[in-house]
Write a protein that binds this ligand. Sequence first.
Ligand code: MG
Length: 311
Amino acid sequence: MTDYPQLDGFRGGPGIVRLIGHRGARGVMPENTMEGFEFALNAGVRAMEFDVVLTREKTPVITHNHHLLNAATRGVDGNWLRGDELKVAELSLSEIKKLDVGGLDGRTIYGKRFPDQVFMSDVRVPRLEELLDFAAQPEGKDLLLLLEMKSEPSNTGERRGCTTIVDAVVEAVRSKGLEHRTILHSFDWSVLEECARVAPEIPRSYLSQMPENEDEPGEDSQKSVAPDFHSLETSIPQAVAAAGGKLWCPYFMDVTPDRVAEAHELGLLVSTWTVNETDEINAMIDAGVDGIITDYPGRAQRILLGRGLVW
Ligand code: MG
């Protein structure tokens, strides 16, 4: 029993390692789409990690980068977008909804990263509200939401505009009554500080990645909005606990059994990302994490089953 029932879905234990679908199931389904979320849920993965950015009219939509990846976006003519990538904050919702994000261009570096992803058409960037509506219906009743808020490094306005995205997200979650199924998640710990102020009833997840680790190709880096982890006076788990976090989400290359044990002693849960290769998944299980955020939930399920574990 906890004050926050959703945390139970992220807590490991004897024989249990939780699986969290990364952007749904990016390895096999178009990322950050309703189609991907429903696929992962139907496969028995309850928790989804996904990313929220604001449109020009400040509508929260589910997409990873501040610019739509040409490698994953087709225009109304059915052709891949070309040239300068479109910025979500400069597009209206109706403009974004005309674009098709159901496939990857296999000629690109990003497309080559996910050769097993299905190719679909007429797949749209979802509004956050669409996923929340689904979660509020009987068919989505098991879903747990690890909702990442993206903040933009180039936005140097009032706390990088974090008030706007936090207000929009919290209002949407509250309007559907999903406070008990959501965890607010970010690399930008100042966004999470704002969450603590405006929505103390929703638990928070603190992302970390040591700066020496390379970013993945085709993905916006959030390093510049994250804390300077080398200058912290405490360990990262101590800093998360001091900030009132419930979940710590380290990059898997930064995970050690000792750091996981320290986090557990501090009362934190640990979910690590983005863990896709068999040896990496095994290493994270061995390190004692509570949860594994993966693009390949099916692969992770098979590994867990092979070790006599469930999720
Ligand atoms: Mg994310």
